[in-house]
Design a protein around this ligand. Structure first.
Ligand SMILES: [Zn+2]
Length: 263
């Protein structure tokens, strides 16, 4: 990934997606915003107990950094499920209920989701100029949201998976993501190489690699171009919010994807 900073606000973007020129793809950090402790600084979580005015101001800073209008941003009330919504211009400035994946082929519209350890999945179909952004923790991964996103783009937009470009952003890494046998059992089915995803740790404990699980899901449905960040949010709480590392006092950082209108 590449790290940028605009007016003191850092964000990361994927090399392959950025090379396409027209794609806005940004994963913000916790730095550069107005929230005080423990949500410092650029928290975009509206339901974590942070000061509402600071959270709204942080949204405006993010939109200004990317030079987009809040009226043309769609977000979702994320519930760790696998519902995917197709959105268009009429959905601008709305929050889609009960949804962890957003897809659009509307130029000028941006998608935004919120993260603190779960994996941001970016999908781009350059042929049809369509994008998808999803949120996948272990529940979304077990419910195969990455696969469902690609299927929806194939059905609705006519995407060819082999031509798509994907990016898997910062998330809690296998170094810091320990689960019990119940969660491990839910993650193995359907993965060709689950041994690379569910790694034995201590007795009755496993370390989970969300990047590898979702990379395998995308490869299994025909993608070949998948960029993986391998930046662990729990190892880097100086830069990212982490629910595992910070518990209930964790804020949320923003991931934004859009297609710029041709000028
Ligand atoms: Zn880690």
């Amino acid at each position: 990934m590449m790290r940028h900073a605009v007016n003191g606000i850092p964000y990361y973007s994927f090399e392959a997606l950025s090379a396409c020129g027209e794609v806005i793809n940004a994963i913000f950090t916790r730095l550069g915003g107005l929230s005080g402790l423990p949500f410092a600084e650029l928290n975009v979580g509206r339901l974590v107990g942070d000061d509402a005015a600071a959270v709204e101001a942080n949204h405006r800073l993010i939109y200004a950094t990317l030079n987009i209008s809040g009226k043309q941003v769609v977000t979702a009330r994320q519930v760790h499920g696998n519902n995917v919504a197709i959105v268009s211009a009429a959905d601008g400035d709305t929050v889609v209920p009960d949804t962890d994946g957003l897809i659009t082929s509307t130029c000028g519209l941006s998608l935004m989701l919120r993260f603190a350890d779960c994996l941001p999945i970016f999908l781009y179909d350059p042929q049809n100029r369509a994008i998808g952004l999803a949120h996948a923790g272990w529940r979304g991964t077990a419910a195969r949201i990455a696969e469902r996103m690609v299927s929806a783009m194939v059905e609705v937009v006519g995407s060819e998976p082999s031509k798509m470009i994907a990016g898997l952003g910062p998330a809690v890494g296998p170094c810091c993501y320990e689960v019990g046998p119940d969660v491990a059992d839910l993650l193995r089915p359907g993965l060709k190489d689950w041994q690379a995803v569910v790694l034995p740790a201590a007795k009755n404990a496993y370390h989970v690699d969300l990047w590898e699980a979702n990379r395998q899901q995308l490869m299994q449905v025909g993608l070949t171009n998948v960029e993986v960040s391998h930046l662990c949010t729990a190892c880097h709480t100086d830069e990212f919010f982490s629910h595992r590392a910070e518990k209930e006092s964790s804020g949320r950082f923003a991931a934004v994807m859009g297609i710029r209108k041709a000028v």
